[in-house]
Design a protein. Structure first.
Length: 437
């Protein structure tokens, strides 16, 4: 290799190592500068291939240029792969892949010297491992491997960047030393031994990095499972507290019935028929109010819990905040049927969406005379297209709402991509004279 070629190769690899060092020292960057990227990938890498072939194969060099430019242009223009070359994560994978390719090239070069006893083979690279097409396939394989084992998505990301940065700088120094050996070792005897030793050392370092990161990932997955278990325990504690409240409500209902029986036994002889009926009616109203509230809380909570599990299984964001008042003019069966009908319609509607980000939110509003319950569905392709009037459950729920003086309505916010269903129910009037007027 002439001094001019040697100088150009050294400059190219210095720029390449500095670029890798620059990328890895930035703190979690979202995007890499586009001019620097084009300079490093579209110019440095093909130029390096150009000098690896040492001007011996001009047609192959031209084909390599065309192929690598077309492939990178296609990858950049395809929306699915567009951001692949603009994140530091994939720049690391690309550099990591190039190191592996160079190591394999050096291993084959060094091993072939001892297999065929050809002294000059070490001074010529293996075109198979140096071709851009093999580099692209090797990049795809390493990319899939690292992403499959979740190597670059971890809390030790900064530590990994430091390791790869140091490795690349050492690799750059080794390449510079390699060019000096070409000039010193006139007999070309030390070159294969040097290449084979350094390549095996580098390749063992790559394997160590992979195993080190894989062990960290396994530890993180175990810690994540423990956190999920703790979260499940906390959730069970919340449900246990709710069940305790329900049991207390049952005890209160039982106490009310016991008191009713006591009133009936003690006052049957002392009170006349009308007074006894009035006392029994008063006690019954009190018991009915407690039982009514208990039934609503228990059944509605069960329905919402089941809906939450369905949403979690299908990746739907679910948010519910309900505070059902005691004075709503519905029986427990009617209220639960209406809520279950609205939830089933919402789940069926949002499950038909093909987008990944889907959400179902339920919230209510309380006023003096009305209780309003809102069901909001948000997805990119959700729209008010189906006619709910043909569904039997909806027809029955609508009739129940209208029988109690309430109503249902649907509206669609096109800007926010939200489909909203609103149910309005009246409350029991505290002053009956208002209703008479």
């Amino acid at each position: 290799m002439s001094l001019e070629k040697q100088g150009v190769v050294i400059i190219m690899w210095i720029v390449y190592c500095l670029y890798a060092f620059h990328c890895m020292q930035r703190v979690y960057p979202r995007r890499v500068s586009l001019p620097i990227y084009y300079a490093a990938i579209l110019l440095v890498y093909p130029a390096t291939l150009f000098f690896e072939f040492q001007f011996d194969y001009p047609v192959q060099i031209l084909i390599s240029f065309i192929v690598i430019y077309i492939l990178i242009f296609a990858l950049l223009k395809t929306p699915l792969w567009g951001r692949l070359f603009f994140t530091t994560e994939y720049v690391l994978i690309y550099v990591f892949t190039q190191c592996i390719i160079s190591s394999l090239n050096a291993i084959v070069t060094g091993a072939s010297f001892y297999s065929i006893f050809y002294r000059d083979v070490a001074s010529k690279p293996i075109p198979f491992f140096s071709s851009p097409i093999i580099s692209i396939f090797m990049y795809a394989f390493v990319n899939h491997l690292l992403r499959e084992f979740n190597i670059f998505r971890m809390s030790h990301y900064k530590k990994l960047r430091e390791i790869l940065t140091t490795l690349l700088l050492i690799y750059g120094v080794i390449l510079l030393c390699s060019t000096a050996i070409y000039q010193v070792d006139d007999n070309d005897i030390f070159i294969p031994i040097y290449h084979l030793t350094i390549a095996l050392l580098l390749f063992s370092t790559y394997i160590w990095i992979f195993l080190y990161q894989y062990n960290n990932i396994s530890y993180m997955e175990s810690a994540r499972d423990n956190n999920r278990l703790l979260h499940l325990i906390d959730t069970q504690k919340v449900h246990y507290k709710k069940n305790v409240d329900y049991i207390r409500s049952l005890r209160k209902v039982k106490h009310d019935y016991h008191w009713l029986l006591y009133e009936l036994t003690e006052n049957s002889e002392n009170l006349d028929h009308e007074q006894l009926l009035a006392r029994l009616q008063e006690q019954y109203d009190s018991i009915d109010a407690n039982y009514h509230q208990y039934s609503n809380d228990l059944l509605i909570d069960s329905i919402i819990s089941e809906t939450s599990e369905v949403c979690e299984q299908h990746g739907i964001t679910f948010d519910c905040s309900l505070n059902i008042p005691k004075d709503i003019d519905f029986s427990e069966d009617e209220l639960c049927f209406c809520v279950a009908t609205f939830l089933n319609m919402s789940i069926d509607k949002i499950m038909s969406s093909n987008t990944k980000e889907k959400a179902l939110r339920i919230h209510d509003q309380n006023s003096e005379y009305w209780y309003v319950m809102n069901f909001e569905l948000s997805a990119d392709d959700v729209e008010l297209s189906d006619n709910p009037n043909v569904q039997p459950d909806y027809v029955l729920a609508d009739e129940i709402m209208e029988a109690h003086g309430g109503y249902l309505q649907f509206d669609y916010d096109k800007d926010k991509q939200i489909l909203r269903a609103t149910g309005v129910a009246p409350k029991a009037l505290k002053n009956p004279t208002i209703q008479a007027s």
